[in-house]
Design a protein around this ligand. Structure first.
Ligand code: GLN
Length: 381
């Protein structure tokens, strides 16, 4: 068996969700909202399932959805995309990432990864034959510097895999950071696979900036988005891959032999949803921002040291002030003794993990968040 997969444990998200089910804990671990999602979007999917086409849709995705993606990004991010040659629909962002890595990496190529990193990244890079070069980010600011990038990039760098906004850190990188990273990509003639699935989940009036808009990056960026995150329907697994035609030609070859197509009714519903007016997306952000504030304020009132969250569904606490040095052990105690499931951020590091940060998902109803805070109040310290 291939050791890359044989030797890794079940993902921390699945593990903590199972523990939460077994112990009856409130699950603030795995990142999914408990909101059922917009009713009209779900209705559209149901109607399309009953009345629409249920055989293979086109390999690149329904034209109506690819057009909707192009229009959506033009409107919300000022990105101009030709839907026919630059937009492809995938079965979730993870498929888009896997396909892009398979399509672009040749064995021995170096891949720059930022840790904390989403747990799928490293095995997928390794399986594609990539050699990881890590940039290690640290709380509370999670910033990267020119010196850090200079250490990670080399003349063997093929690409960088970059998640912005960054899960689990809850940080949103802005123009200066993107410009800096872009300078290295241009200098080393590297691609950037940009996992921008949290693009709509940004707070405090911050505007998401796509790497596609950064000077020198239009032809070397693969921008990846996710309807699951945009519409709070994480189980749908409808993703978008956007890239210049020369790149897209190769990305589509990987996609055609991975999943080939994505459920047609979900594509129809997402096309409908992406065309919603500004108000829908503003309300989505406002609702999550309110939940973030409610939960963060609650944590602070309990004396926890809360790290700022500018985007994503997540807020982190620093457990070092509690005298804790092992986030995984802390999370085990939280779920078993306090009845609250969270994610130890060390799970997002491949080497030299930061072990004093714990992630909570706040995309939950008020009573769920309040219930979790009540349970956390009982933590012995
Ligand atoms: N993206 C989700 C998170 O960060 C997890 C998705 C999954 O379980 N694979 O919590």
């Amino acid at each position: 068996m291939n050791p890359i997969f044989a030797d890794i444990p079940t993902t921390i998200f699945e593990t903590m969700s199972r523990l939460a089910r077994e112990t009856g804990a409130i699950n603030l671990g795995q990142g999914f909202p408990d909101d059922p999602g917009a009713e009209d979007v779900r209705r559209k999917a149901a109607d399309a399932l009953m009345e629409g086409w249920n055989q293979y849709p086109p390999m690149m995705g329904w034209p109506e959805l690819r057009q909707a993606v192009a229009r959506h990004y033009a409107h919300h991010q000022g990105v101009s995309l030709d839907w026919e040659s630059e937009v492809m629909i995938t079965s979730g962002a993870t498929e888009a990432i896997a396909g892009a890595l398979m399509a672009l990496i040749k064995p021995g190529d170096e891949v720059v990864l930022f840790q904390p990193l989403y747990d799928a990244y490293l095995p997928l890079v390794l399986r594609a034959g990539g050699v990881p070069r890590f940039v290690t980010l640290e709380p509370p600011h999670w910033r990267f510097t020119e010196a850090m990038l200079a250490k990670a990039f080399s003349d063997k760098t093929k690409l960088v895999l970059f998640n912005n906004p960054l899960n689990p850190a809850g940080i949103v990188y802005g123009k200066e950071d993107l410009d800096l990273l872009a300078r290295f990509c241009v200098k080393h003639d590297a691609y950037a696979i940009c996992d921008e699935v949290w693009e709509h989940v940004v707070f405090d009036g911050v505007q998401h900036l796509s790497m596609l808009n950064i000077e020198g990056m239009r032809e070397r960026t693969v921008k990846i988005g996710s309807a699951g995150k945009i519409f709070s329907l994480t189980g749908w697994k409808v993703g978008f891959s956007c890239a210049a035609p020369a790149l897209m030609r190769v990305l589509s070859k990987a996609h055609q032999f991975l999943t080939f197509t994505t459920p047609p009714n979900l594509q129809t519903a997402v096309a409908y949803g992406l065309a919603k007016d500004e108000g829908f997306f503003t309300a989505l952000r406002a609702g999550l921002e309110r939940s973030r504030d409610r939960f963060s304020t609650g944590l602070e009132a309990l004396g926890f040291s809360v790290l700022p969250s500018a985007g994503t569904y997540f807020v982190n606490i620093d457990i070092a002030p509690l005298g804790e040095i092992d986030d995984a052990a802390f999370c085990q105690r939280l779920v078993r003794e306090q009845g609250v499931a969270a994610i130890p951020v060390s799970a997002f590091y491949a080497e030299n993990p930061v072990k004093t940060v714990v992630r909570f998902c706040f995309a939950k109803r008020d009573d769920v968040l309040d219930g979790a805070l009540e349970r956390l109040a009982g933590l012995k310290r």
